[in-house]
Write a protein that binds this ligand. Structure first.
Ligand code: ADP
Length: 486
């Protein structure tokens, strides 16, 4: 099997969130069995890692009659796994991947149309036959449609297109006047195809023209068929639910395991769980935090967006004033949340805010903390809570999407469960759940059992990758859906 995996970000090259974690590790896991190529934009800025890659091709991509010189670089990871980087400095040599945390770049339409056209041109020029073309989110969603209407669509005749939706809220919606720049038949500007309330919607094209759609947890796959979670596409997804499945993401335990994590102060495992406390002591010292070592430390490591339940978090603070709890938030995102949290952090001795995106601190916090707070309004999968389980940091989550699928509620009688779940979007219910956890924290044995239950869980990518492989194989046996669409 020959697979192409297209994504707009992937670790270790670029990262704004979970999509990068998935795109970095899933192809690697799949390459244990099959040939796979990951294709991503070649981002360049002061903080991007130095990449040793070889230039293997160059050609022009034409948009609006303008020629953009395109270079393709190749980095061989191992025998069955290569990374291709699409280089065009006008579009990708910038400070941010999509724009700063509150505003998208105004030319994102061109940046990601360019990326997708470059992928298609590269395949056509080099006559590469991919059995599977796995696309991810709106930034690569046009590929099935554009390739179908391209000059040399024959080359894609036997390719199966799979779209993975990592977050339905981001759809790539652009003004109508861009339609002609796509150079596809006029009839496609209709609500049955790419039109979306008189605009164009990249993700919609992906949903319609792909042979299969996956999303990153089974619960989210069901939730997005409902208006509360469907972001305007629930009707369309319902229509195509016959090709929709949920495949849970996994964890890269090479990067996220306290037993082998070079970024934390003191390594530990279930057997040496007492060492976790050393991480707390050292962390407080390094960051000069005024917290007491024996008080519980609750953390949040998150994009600061409405999705992540930041309002629930902020409104719960008042209700926890009398409790023996310290809260530390690591986050970047909406400026309104950043300023509210900065103000609270300045006033309070028990709540602190680090307004950063910093992987190393994220690791140190996971090792130092007792509790993770993740009150997401919706959560397609969520990786942070799975990392927490491995670090013996007990998650308190809202029961939605991947959080519902990966966290089991604590059952005092049977000492089972891995965390605490609440359902309603209500700061009272969230605070009550935190208080319940605080009570259990007092009973050292019960708490330890909870930590060990979580640390023993295995959400490795191997099983997720096997699920994708099974899906690929099943699809290759079936007739292409894409072929049947006029
Ligand atoms: P999402 O993809 O919706 O942002 P996930 O939980 O799936 O949420 O993945 C988030 C990833 O980004 C995790 O690897 C997490 O550690 C990381 N992350 C989020 N915010 C920060 C931050 N402020 N600093 C460092 N890492 C962060």
């Amino acid at each position: 099997m020959n697979i192409l995996f297209a994504s707009s970000e992937a670790v270790p090259f670029s990262k704004t969130g979970g999509l990068a974690d998935v795109s970095g590790i899933l192809p690697k896991e799949i390459s244990r069995n099959e040939n796979i190529t990951l294709i991503i934009p070649y981002y360049k800025n002061e903080t991007s890692p130095k990449i040793e890659a070889k230039k293997i091709d160059s050609f022009d991509v034409i948009i609006n009659k303008i020629k953009y010189k395109t270079e393709i670089y190749k980095k061989r990871i191992d025998k069955k796994f290569n990374v291709l980087l699409v280089s065009q400095d006008l579009f990708f040599a910038r400070k941010f991947v999509y724009g700063d945390s509150s505003t998208a770049y105004p030319d994102n339409f061109y940046r990601f149309l360019f990326f997708q056209k470059a992928i298609i041109n590269f395949i056509m020029k080099n006559k590469i036959i991919y059995d599977i073309i796995h696309i991810n989110d709106w930034q690569t969603s046009l590929i099935p449609m554009l390739s179908k209407y391209s000059k040399n669509s024959k080359i894609f005749k036997n390719s199966i297109f799979i779209l993975s939706i990592h977050n339905l809220a981001f759809q790539g919606v652009f003004e109508k006047y861009h339609f002609k720049e796509l150079e596809i038949p006029d009839k496609l500007f209709s609500p049955d195809y790419i039109e979306y309330y008189n605009k164009i919607n990249f993700l919609k094209a992906g949903i319609i023209f792909s042979d299969s759609i996956t999303t990153v947890s089974p619960t989210y796959a069901k939730e997005i068929l409902r208006p509360e979670y469907g972001y305007g596409l629930n009707g369309l997804l319902k229509k195509y639910s016959f090709k929709l499945t949920g495949v849970l993401n996994g964890v890269d335990y090479k990067t996220w395991d306290p037993e082998n994590d070079p970024l934390i102060y003191k390594k530990y495992s279930i057997k040496t769980l007492a060492n976790k406390k050393i991480n707390k002591i050292e962390f407080y010292e390094e960051f000069n935090l005024p917290f007491k070592i024996d008080s519980i430390l609750a953390i949040a490591i998150t994009r600061l967006s409405k999705q992540k339940g930041i309002e629930l978090l902020v409104h719960s603070f008042n209700k926890l004033r009398r409790e023996n709890i310290n809260i530390l938030i690591l986050g970047k995102g909406d400026s309104s949340y950043e300023s509210v949290l900065a103000k609270i952090s300045k006033r309070s001795k028990k709540i602190k805010f680090l307004n950063l995106f910093d992987e190393q601190i994220a690791h140190k916090m996971q090792a130092a903390a007792d509790i993770l707070l993740m009150p997401s309004i919706y959560e397609p999968c969520g990786l942070t809570q799975m990392y927490s389980l491995k670090y013996g940091t007990v998650p308190i989550v809202r029961s939605t999407g991947g959080l519902a699928d990966t966290i089991e509620d604590h059952m005092p009688r049977t000492q089972s469960g891995t965390g605490f779940k609440f359902r309603r979007i209500d700061p009272n219910e969230f605070a009550l759940t935190i208080k319940k956890a605080l009570k259990i924290f007092q009973n050292k044995n019960e708490w330890k059992a909870l930590q060990i239950n979580g640390m023993s869980k295995n959400f490795s990518w191997t099983s997720s990758a096997n699920n994708y492989l099974t899906l690929y194989k099943k699809l290759l046996k079936k007739e292409k859906i894409n072929e049947r669409i006029d």
